[in-house]
Ligand binder design. Sequence first.
Ligand code: URA
Length: 176
Amino acid sequence: MRPEKDCRLCGLCEGRTNIVLPDGCYDSGIIFVGEAPGENEDIEGRPFVGRSGKILEGMMAEAGFSRSDVLITNTVKCRPPKNRDPTPGEMAACRPFLESELYDAELVIGLGKSACRDLMGYEGRMDEVVNVPITIRIRDRDVNFIPTYHPAATIYNKNSRAELRKTIELVGGMLR
Ligand code: URA
């Protein structure tokens, strides 16, 4: 299930250039969920192609795989103005698309606070849940989920970088 080309289910349609659909391998069973497209993603119509994407791709390469081995998506498919966090209403409008992406997953990785808020209903500190596996309910299925840091949160923070690396190494192990 995908948004219509001219989707107007929420106000983010007003400022978008492109709807940013998932990218990578739909059959891998491993799905990374970010927050929302940024400026570069909005222009290219592809998730994680800017600075955060470079960090993610670098860590994936170190762990022996590439973005084309997994699926990469976001909680909302259109860029919020000035890169603000997506609102609960915007996430709810996009939720049916996200659920159809995650429904069959073997493992979902939530990158950062917004993804964890949307998928776990978690509002607390990331350091209390990072890399602690849980299951989340997607329609009538329990899906394995690992909360971790957003790549952007690792730029100036060694500890969050180490934790994100750990998550990505775990995925590398699953793919081997
Ligand atoms: N940050 C995100 O959360 N998603 C993207 O697609 C790019 C940057």
